[in-house]
Structures are given as C-alpha cells and as structure tokens.
Design a protein around this ligand. Structure first.
Ligand code: 5GP
Length: 188
C-alpha cells in the first residue's frame, strides 16, 4: 500500500493529542480510486476467511466497507451512532470517541447481525480500540462471530493493536503510524 503511505505523507496533517487528519482523501473529501485500492488490498489480505458479512461503523468506515462488500459480493451493515425509534431488535453499547473525547451509544439491529454471521469489521482508524471493543460487544450480544478486522490506518503509539491481540482477534492495518511526535508523521 505504498500509494496510501505516500498520500498520508503528502496530505496528512498532525493535530495535537495524537490525531492524524486525513480529511482531504478519507474522512471528508474522499478519493474513490484510493478507496478502491484499499478495498482490493483488504480483499487480498482476508482471502480464504469464512466471511458472510461486512460490518462497519458510521461514518468514515462506510466507504471502504461498501467497496469490500461490492468486491466480495457480501452485504454491508453499518453500526449507527444515533438510535432510530423505528429500529427493530436493537442491540446497543457505549463507545468512547477518541477524537471527540466523549461516550456515545451505538446500535445495530439484531435482524442484520445474527448468530449465522461471520463478520469482517472494516474501519478507517485503529487508535485505542474503543470502536473495535464496541463491535466485539455487539457481536457477543447478537451471537455473531468476528473473523477479522481491517483498518486503513493504525496508530501504533496507541493501544488498539495490543487490545485486539489480547482478545485474539486477527487484524490488518494498511498503514501504520509509529509516531506523530513534534507534529511529524512517522510511518512504519
Ligand atoms: P479507537 O476507537 O480505536 O480508539 O479510535 C478509532 C476511531 O476514532 C475511528 O473510527 C476514527 O474515526 C477515530 N479516530 C481515532 N484516531 C483518529 C485520528 O488520528 N484521525 C482521525 N481522523 N480519526 C481518528
């Protein structure tokens, strides 16, 4: 994924508190060609896994997830950050947002996440693993099995990777940020 790494170095911006802003190609404006390359790489890395559903969390996970779903011809479900009154069989849990520094309740319908599901979770960033922890909770509640997780960018100086290894969850990140110290992006 040299193309992703080059783009991070070219257009990524550091913010205080260990935040990497990639809003010109992932989080606000999106580059569909780069996103398709990202999706193809996830498909390659997770080839051979027994997956029947792609799960993501709104909003920034949706673009890569839907492309992976398209390539694999699998349904894509996104975990919602607002609880619609009309959702049937709602499962919910609380997730701490790293970028907003607050807790929020996320939810998914048990109609779309069931004991028959073998899930690949896709998201934009792995930081401290709070979103991933929420997905683990929701999958436990629903009876679904997590087969693997894929992140576009992992920040290795935070502890999401350790958290997933402790839980024996296979994950892949397409680019790994070693440090954002002194507002310089250091990639692995
Ligand atoms: P975690 O849940 O692993 O602590 O953080 C991951 C979530 O927080 C991702 O869904 C992502 O939206 C957001 N996030 C965490 N760190 C960053 C960052 O440095 N930049 C951006 N743009 N989002 C981040």
């Amino acid at each position: 994924m040299d193309i992703l790494k080059e783009r991070i170095m070219q257009d990524g911006k550091c913010y205080p508190g260990g935040i990497l802003k990639v809003d010109s190609f992932i989080n606000h404006q999106m580059d569909p060609n780069l996103m398709m390359d990202v999706a193809k790489e996830f498909v390659r890395l997770f080839d051979g896994l027994n997956i029947n559903k792609i799960v993501t969390i709104e909003a920034s996970g949706i673009a890569p997830a839907i492309l992976v779903g398209y390539l694999k011809q699998l349904p894509v479900v996104f975990i919602k950050k607002k609880q619609p009154k009309t959702m049937d069989n709602m499962l919910s849990t609380v997730v701490h947002s790293f970028t907003k520094d607050r807790d929020y309740t996320v939810c998914i319908s048990n109609s779309f996440l069931t004991p028959d599901d073998h899930v690949l979770f896709i998201d934009d960033f792995l930081a401290n693993g709070n979103a991933a922890n929420g997905v683990i909770d929701l999958c436990k509640m629903s009876g679904a099995t997590i087969e693997a997780m894929g992140f576009i960018i992992e920040k290795a100086f935070q502890h999401g990777g350790d958290f997933l290894r402790e839980h024996n969850i296979r994950y892949e990140a397409l680019a790994t940020v070693e440090s954002l110290d002194d507002c310089k992006i250091l990639l692995k």
